[in-house]
Design a protein around this ligand. Structure first.
Ligand code: 2NE
Length: 275
């Protein structure tokens, strides 16, 4: 396929071809974890795709494999720049700007398809969930890590996940922080299909081309209709984002991040399970 570079960035790749945009997180050495700059760039590219009347479908993916042979869609917030109240940008300001990106992906009147090879973990898992459709490679690995690394997404990450997989499974996913295979994700209804990793992009293009033959207004109204059913979750998202910000300011929250950076298990034993 003849991908044309649409704009050059530092942390992402942005390409277009025949009605399709492809946005790729390009930090494979960090399993495609995002820092504030990554989100600013993603927001800019998604906004461009939203505004471009020739684009109907966005493929959202992660660069890989890394030099160690492992693939990742995205491993969430970059813990190495996590400060006291969020992920710290080059100006020293802590941010949770991934929540703005979640809202843009949800509200843009184009179809966003996540192409997941390897890890979709933590805030990276929520990003694939937010997309309209997810095509998983057979090496896909899915899961949340928040309670392990001192974080949580009580917005779409909790309520939309529960809407998709049911309350029991959603609680299991968050409370145990296990990792799930692509087949398990398919069985839970978290992804639309599973294909061999070498066929992931081709499958995404095939799905995009089928969608592009349909009526844009019908598709945009359907996306809005699917969203409307869950729109109360947008309010939860804002409130939960504020709670996450406050949690990051606590010692308990910082212990999870510190443990990850020191490559050791977290020790939350000194923190009580308050009534
Ligand atoms: C993704 C996972 C499971 C991969 O494990 P593995 O064993 O394949 O790789 P490894 O060795 O852990 O990672 C490779 C390199 O990538 C870095 C690692 O530190 C390592 O670096 P080096 O030792 O080679 O220098 N890396 C990976 N993920 C990173 C991250 N998120 N931040 C910074 N560096 C990262 C394993 O790597 C993993 O569990 N990663 C962490 C997942 C995670 O906890 N993400 C944050 C969740 S919280 C969040 O995203 C969030 C939120 O909850 C609310 C609002 C906003 C964000």
């Amino acid at each position: 396929i003849d991908w044309q570079t649409a704009k050059t960035y530092e942390d992402i790749l942005y390409q277009k071809t025949d009605g399709i945009a492809k946005i790729t997180i390009n930090r494979p050495h960090k399993r495609n974890a995002f820092r504030p700059k990554t989100i600013v760039e993603l927001y800019d590219a998604f906004w461009d795709a939203r505004e471009d009347t020739s684009i109907g479908v966005v493929l959202f993916t992660g660069a890989g494999p890394h030099t160690d042979g492992k693939y990742a869609f995205c491993s969430g917030g970059d813990q190495s720049v996590r400060g006291k109240a969020g992920y710290v940008d080059e100006e020293g300001i802590p941010r949770l700007n991934v929540l703005d990106l979640q809202r843009l992906i949800r509200s843009m009147p184009k179809v966003v398809i996540a192409l997941v090879a390897g890890y979709a973990i933590g805030g990276g898992h929520v990003l694939h969930l937010i997309c309209d459709l997810t095509i998983a490679a057979d090496n896909g690995i899915f899961g949340q890590t928040g309670p392990k690394v001192g974080s949580f997404d009580g917005g779409f990450g909790a309520s939309y996940l529960a809407r998709i997989v049911g309350q029991k499974k959603a609680r299991e996913i968050w409370f145990l922080c296990r990792q799930y295979t692509a087949q398990q994700a398919l069985d839970m209804g978290m992804v639309n299909c599973v294909v061999p990793v070498d066929e992931l992009e081709a499958e995404g293009i095939q799905w995009a081309r089928e969608i592009l033959q349909k009526s844009p207004i019908a598709i945009r109204c359907l996306k809005a209709a699917f969203n409307a059913d869950c729109d109360g979750q947008a309010g939860l998202q804002e409130l939960a984002g504020n709670a996450t910000l406050l949690y990051y300011m606590t010692e308990e929250g910082a212990e999870g991040k510190q443990a990850f950076l020191e490559k050791r298990p977290p020790d939350f034993r000194q923190y009580p399970w308050l009534p």
